[in-house]
Write a protein that binds this ligand. Structure first.
Ligand code: LIP
Length: 263
């Protein structure tokens, strides 16, 4: 199956999963549990949507691997792993804030530092936007080819996020303070996958956040790369909450200097 075929399958499943998520949200959402902290929640819909995605992938690609936020990992035998966040922006979703997305990526390998992303989709059901990508074939929103943007004279429009652990907020806010001198403004949307898709689409100039999970960035990173941008997770002493950076090459280098290399 080509990267384009993997993309087509990811798009088909993501749109179906997004419709289920949207329908369940309209019916009312219940919190199923909290995970790493009280703020890190999972809804019954997260679990149901991931189950749908997993079942559809198992039917179409039974020998591939799977890595999902809610149901964990299974090794396959093909070397291809599907990396899935069924509802990225879970807190938004549970709170009724209409900014969440289904993120599905097909990668060659298992290790986020070494895998090769082949195809991906970030689908936003509320606004019905499907950002799709296949390696070497560009990133698209519908038929529109995506291209990252460069900051204007007023500075960069940036996005970031904060972890679920309150103990990390002071450091994250210090990083915000170090990047604001080059920013025109900052957005904190609550969905990393959506933020990355917006960087690929040129709606945001850049993005930075510590502590993302592979399923948060697997599809969005490839969107950014195929839209002419860079997505990096620089090695540092901070192993658990790795910094993710995305945007045009020059802006990402400046963000890294200000966020990672600063004292
Ligand atoms: C979320 C990310 C967001 C981040 C949150 C959380 P989830 O993913 O998309 O950018 O700030 O802490 O990790 O938990 O909604 O799938």
């Amino acid at each position: 199956m080509s990267a384009a075929d993997l993309r087509a399958l990811a798009v088909e499943i993501a749109r179906e999963a997004g419709e289920l998520a949207r329908r369940r949200r309209a019916e009312g959402v219940s919190i199923a549990a909290s995970k790493s902290s009280l703020a890190d929640i999972v809804t019954e819909a997260d679990r149901e949507v991931e189950a749908l995605i997993r079942a559809r992938l198992a039917a179409e690609r039974p020998d591939d691997g799977f890595l999902g936020e809610e149901s964990g990992a299974d090794d396959g035998t093909t070397g291809i792993t599907w990396v899935v966040d069924p509802i990225d922006g879970t807190v938004n979703y549970a709170s009724g804030i209409p900014l969440y997305a289904v993120s599905i990526a097909a990668v060659q390998g298992r290790d986020p530092d070494h895998w090769t992303a082949l195809a991906g989709v970030v689908h936003s059901p509320v606004v019905d936007e499907t950002f799709a990508v296949a390696r070497g074939e560009g990133a698209f929103l519908g038929s529109a080819r995506l291209q990252v943007s460069e900051p204007g004279a007023a500075g960069a429009l940036l996005a970031t996020g904060f972890g679920y652990d309150p103990a990390t907020h002071a450091g994250d806010l210090a990083a915000v303070g170090r990047v604001m001198p080059i920013a025109r403004d900052l957005r904190r949307g609550g969905s990393a996958a959506t933020d990355l898709a917006y960087v690929a689409a040129g709606r945001l100039d850049g993005y930075f956040e510590r502590g993302l999970q592979p399923w948060d960035f697997a599809a969005g990173a490839l969107l950014v790369q195929e839209a002419g941008g860079v997505f990096v997770r620089p090695e540092s002493a901070e192993v658990v909450r790795r910094l993710c950076l995305a945007g045009g090459p020059e802006l990402v280098a400046e963000l890294q200097r200000r966020v990672l290399d600063a004292p």
